[in-house]
Design a protein around this ligand. Structure first.
Ligand code: AMP
Length: 649
């Protein structure tokens, strides 16, 4: 019978331990103890211990959710602690974390706690997941909290919130499981990847059945990511075949280092080149013969986003009719202009991202396609270990078979909507192909890459991707086998006009900066917000300075004297009424603090406009119908919640 206080005590110890190795040893020893001391539930308890310590109430393959947001957690905590809302807010402000706040509030009451077991928690979590009302969920959580000590409450709430903040990633728990059960880490990782169940992998590790793990569809695999290169020459150099016996040169040679003896152009380059699309990365699971019409689409941060793209779901549901068997595709969801055969700017697709209910209006205004560029699973086998050239061959063969089937109408008959009846509203609304194959070819030289880059930009794509022809698919890794070439737009020198308090590690620190450029009359006009790019010590001293130079204290936000100049980089500029300048920067990041620059030399709105105009596609964050379609939709369109994997400022 494993007890939750063991997890809480270990978590507290791990939070204070910076060494990864020591953390792993401590976790392994704890899992081992649970296994050794448990009764006939030894494997199950060890599995649950690992799962909860990793901050996950349910395994990834388990679709259940606790549905417990911040409001519910606060409500339950207030009820159990008897604290006032003011005391809770103050405790939350101190730590930026509801678990740590719970500790303070319950410690004040000297709450004793009792012997809460992991199986009791599992039962309560199961009941929360199926609870019909918030009141029932809250009562269940209160029931657990009533039985916890302050330390247990701290980690119970962190677990329910899905973030333990103890510097323990799942990969470290996988290593610890391997150590505890004396099995290879690779075998544990493989089982977790195939079955997406950390607890079950721990059970398998102790039971000696890791080899029996088989791929299950309908849980996301990790996405392979790309590293940036700054120039076509650097990219060509990176992928040039090295003369036998020579050591590999790093992707970017340190400044001043002599170039390679032979230019890359003169040697073979074994890399594929594709456009880099500016859409939403996604993985599509489909074609399971046991549930032929089931489709799942996962985003880069592993969320199931299927319901946001019903036209893709409808189209991929037809894969079940084809004779391909289960498939997992990697690719990009794009807003698509069927007339020109080109992607719509990201800002247009962005309006649909995060929408749960997609009306015909949206289906017509922002039609979507799935641009496939990799095949991860087919014929019952994971293809990740095959070289890209082979995966690409299979991808092409599969798409050739499917392309005619994977279709769905632009709009559907919303009244006659039944799960599998995709009827046309109007005869002219034909079904369209939703599965596209990303064009790809072997690249020859730096000049070739340069030309392709220009062509990609002319098609309004972001740049180009280069992928080593012989490379394996490495889920969740940003390696050097995939490189992205997208030149940054010019940077802007801006002045900080306000700042917001951060969260978590940055609680109580002014760390999210709002910044401005100058207009023609010399007035400061905000143009964006950024929080990344500075070191912790720079942030700390900025925060201290801003506390002393506050013009207006609005609680979570302060306007400050406009004296700090920053250089900011960004992906693009869009027209937006979010800021007074009429523009917003997408993916802004701070390059450096420009102590060397006086305020009167910061950039102007005219300069922002100039950069805006230099973009091939000129994004806007206004609802599409306001600028492309004069007829307003019947329902009120709100600005969409941006998907967590995307962001804009
Ligand atoms: P970044 O978001 O700048 O790190 O760039 C990586 C992203 O580029 C991926 O997550 C994909 O969403 C996107 N991407 C666009 N086109 C491609 C492509 N042809 N191959 C791989 N990734 C692509």
């Amino acid at each position: 019978m494993a007890l939750f206080h063991k997890i809480a005590e270990l978590a507290e110890q791990l939070a204070a331990e910076p060494g990864k190795l020591k953390k792993r040893t401590a976790i392994a020893a704890a899992i081992r103890r649970v296994h050794d001391h448990a009764d006939n539930a030894a494997f199950v308890d060890a599995g649950r211990f690992a799962l909860y310590l990793a901050g996950t109430p349910f395994a990834e393959a388990d679709p259940r959710k606790l549905n417990a947001g911040g409001a519910l957690l606060s409500k339950a905590l207030l009820a159990v602690s008897g604290a006032t809302q003011v005391a809770l807010t103050a405790a939350y402000r101190r730590h930026g974390d509801i678990g740590a706040a719970a500790y303070d509030l319950l410690a004040a009451k000297n709450h004793p706690g009792s012997q809460l077991t992991l199986s009791e928690m599992a039962e309560a979590f199961a009941a929360m997941a199926t609870a019909k009302t918030t009141a029932i969920r809250s009562a269940l959580l209160e029931g657990l909290l009533e039985r916890t000590s302050p330390l247990e409450a701290k980690y119970l709430l962190k677990l329910v919130a899905g973030d333990m903040r103890i510097g323990v990633k799942q990969s470290l728990v996988e290593e610890a499981i391997a150590e505890a059960a004396s099995v290879p880490v690779a075998a544990v990782r493989n089982a977790v990847m195939l079955e997406a169940d950390l607890a079950f992998a721990a059970e398998r590790a102790f039971a000696g059945t890791l080899d029996a793990a088989r791929m299950r569809l309908f849980h996301p695999l990790g996405f392979m990511l790309a590293s940036p290169v700054d120039s076509p020459e650097e990219a060509a150099e990176r992928f040039a075949e090295k003369p036998a016996g020579k050591k590999k040169k790093p992707a970017s040679a340190p400044e001043g280092e002599a170039p390679a003896a032979q230019p890359a152009a003169a040697r073979n380059i074994s890399a594929y080149l594709e456009d880099k699309y500016d859409g939403m990365r996604a993985q599509v699971h489909c074609g399971d013969p046991t549930q032929p019409s089931r489709v799942a689409i996962y985003s880069r941060n592993r969320e199931d986003v299927t319901e946001s793209y019903p036209e893709l779901e409808e189209a991929f549901a037809k894969v079940g009719d084809a004779v391909t068997g289960p498939l997992i595709f990697d690719g990009e969801i794009l807003g698509w202009d069927f007339a020109t055969g080109r992607a719509l700017p990201f800002a247009v697709l962005g309006q649909r991202i995060g929408r749960k209910r997609v009306s015909n209006e949206w289906r017509r205004q922002v039609p979507v396609v799935f641009m496939a560029f990799d095949l991860m699973f087919a014929n019952g086998t994971l293809l990740l270990d095959l070289p890209l050239s082979e995966r690409r061959n299979r991808l092409e063969a599969v798409i050739e078979k499917l392309v005619e089937q994977v279709r769905s109408p632009i709009a559907i008959d919303e009244h006659a909507k039944q799960p599998q009846s995709f009827m046309f509203t109007e005869p002219e609304e034909e079904s369209v192909e939703r599965l596209l194959l990303s064009p790809s070819r072997l690249v020859e030289s730096a000049e070739d890459i340069d030309r392709a880059y220009a062509e990609a930009r002319a098609r309004a794509n972001e740049g180009v991707m280069l992928k080593a022809a012989g490379s394996q698919y490495l889920p969740g890794r940003r390696g050097l086998a995939w490189m992205k070439l997208k030149r940054e737009l010019a940077t802007l020198d801006v002045v900080v006009t306000g700042a917001e308090f951060g969260h978590g590690r940055r609680a109580g620190i002014l760390s999210d900066y709002t910044f401005a450029v100058r207009d023609a009359a010399g007035e400061l006009k905000n143009v964006g917000k950024a929080y990344s790019g500075l070191t912790d010590s720079e942030i700390a001293s900025m925060s201290e300075w801003m506390m002393q130079h506050t013009l207006e204290d609005q609680g979570y936000f302060r306007t400050v004297e406009p004296l700090t100049i920053l250089e900011v980089a960004f992906n693009n500029i869009m027209r937006s009424d979010r800021h007074a300048s009429g523009f917003a920067l997408r993916f802004p990041r701070i390059v450096r603090i420009r102590d060397d620059k006086p305020l009167d030399e910061i950039d102007t709105i005219a300069r922002v406009e100039e950069i805006y105009q230099s973009q091939v596609d000129k994004p806007t964050d206004k609802p599409i119908n306001q600028h492309t379609n004069p007829s307003r939709p019947k329902h009120k369109m709100q600005r969409p919640a941006l998907h967590p994997s995307e962001s804009a400022s």
